[in-house]
Design a protein around this ligand. Structure first.
Ligand code: RB5
Length: 170
């Protein structure tokens, strides 16, 4: 693992489907020197993902934390909830390559892991990559900024915008 980019506590939360992996990742991250704040769940008993995604996303949204990891069976329910919060960019990542691009291009501040489809090693590689990769900025900064714009101006713009030539390739 490279020099730590993240120094404030990493929030972590799961439902029952992600509980076991959450516990393992938390332990591994602590061993690596990260400060981890566990927002639950506390057991493998059935739990609703939204009850755990809301508090974590709220903290990232209001700036109390800069990074959060959410785990559920597919990562999808957690990401749906988290992405309803302003300034939260939750990426479902199932490979280190997706995690890297989620940081470089999308400045993902929340990672949603599909716990039922990942081994501990795979999950740890994804989390490490996500933690170690900086945001690239540049053209991606403009794109990320547009995420927070309301839908109405975007629809208006779509009506008048013509396809434009671009030298950007990606
Ligand atoms: C729980 O069975 C499962 O539906 C949940 O963990 C998650 O995958 C939802 O998105």
């Amino acid at each position: 693992m490279a020099e730590q980019i993240v120094t404030d506590p990493i929030l972590i939360a799961s439902d029952h489907a992600g509980f076991e992996l959450k516990e393992r990742l938390e332990k591994r991250l602590r061993e690596l020197g990260y400060d981890v704040a566990d927002l639950g769940t506390e057991s493998a008993d059935s739990a609703d993902y939204a009850d755990y995604a809301h508090p974590l996303a709220q903290k990232v949204s209001n700036g109390e934390a800069t990074r959060g990891v959410l785990l559920c069976g597919t990562g999808l329910g957690m990401s749906y909830v988290a992405n309803r919060y302003p300034r939260v960019r939750a990426a479902v990542a199932w490979s280190p390559e997706i995690a890297e691009l989620a940081r470089r291009h999308n400045d993902a501040n929340v990672l949603a892991l599909p716990a039922r489809f990942l081994s501990e090693e795979q999950a740890m590689q994804i989390v490490s990559t996500w933690l170690d990769t900086p945001f690239e900025g540049g053209r991606h900064e403009r794109r990320v900024e547009k995420i927070e714009r309301s839908v109405a101006p975007r629809l208006d713009a779509a009506r008048v915008d013509k396809p434009r030539e671009s030298t950007e390739t990606r």
